[in-house]
Design a protein around this ligand. Structure first.
Ligand SMILES: [Zn+2]
Length: 163
């Protein structure tokens, strides 16, 4: 066993469960209307292109995932790989290059570069705490301090594609 053998680094379901615990402190919140009620989890179905971690709000009828408002919002990489990147970058004293992420995570250099850039930006804000450990729970906000709200210039980062 090692820190990297934790389920959230290998399974997309576990990755979302982990993020949901951090972002929502166990209680989902609709990021569109703030509703805490009538939120239902949508079962993932790759055939119908229904992604893992999807929720539906019965109040505003919109769909959302726990990634909304976090550094993971517009990335198209699997969340468990992005969590690995955060772990590697925050646990390494001297940091880790995009090239190293590209090799270790087996993602394209372009994806690695965007991801590293985003994570570094979040760390520079002082808002990104290491993954794991004690996480103070709040229920009054849909985001958590270690997951900064949408980065100030999300469009300039574009989407991160694995291919
Ligand atoms: Zn809603």
């Amino acid at each position: 066993m090692s820190a990297l053998s934790r389920p959230e680094f290998h399974s997309e379901e576990a990755a979302f469960a982990h993020l949901e615990k951090i972002v929502w402190a166990g209680e989902p919140v609709c990021p569109h209307c703030g509703s805490l009620d009538r939120l239902t989890k949508v079962k993932a179905n790759p055939e119908k292109r229904i992604r893992v971690g999807l929720w539906r709000c019965g109040s505003c009828k919109k769909q959302f995932r726990a990634t909304v408002g976090t550094v993971f919002e517009h990335i198209r990489l699997p969340l468990h790989k992005a969590l690995q990147a955060v772990y590697l970058m925050t646990s390494s004293k001297k940091g880790i290059s995009a090239h190293q992420l590209h090799r270790v995570l087996e993602i394209t250099y372009k994806s690695a570069w965007f991801l590293a850039h985003r994570i570094r930006e979040a760390m520079r804000d002082g808002n990104l705490a290491p993954m794991g450990g004690d996480i103070p729970a709040t229920t009054d906000a849909p985001t958590h301090s270690c997951l900064p709200s949408a980065s100030p210039q999300p469009s300039s980062f574009g989407s991160i594609n694995e291919s």
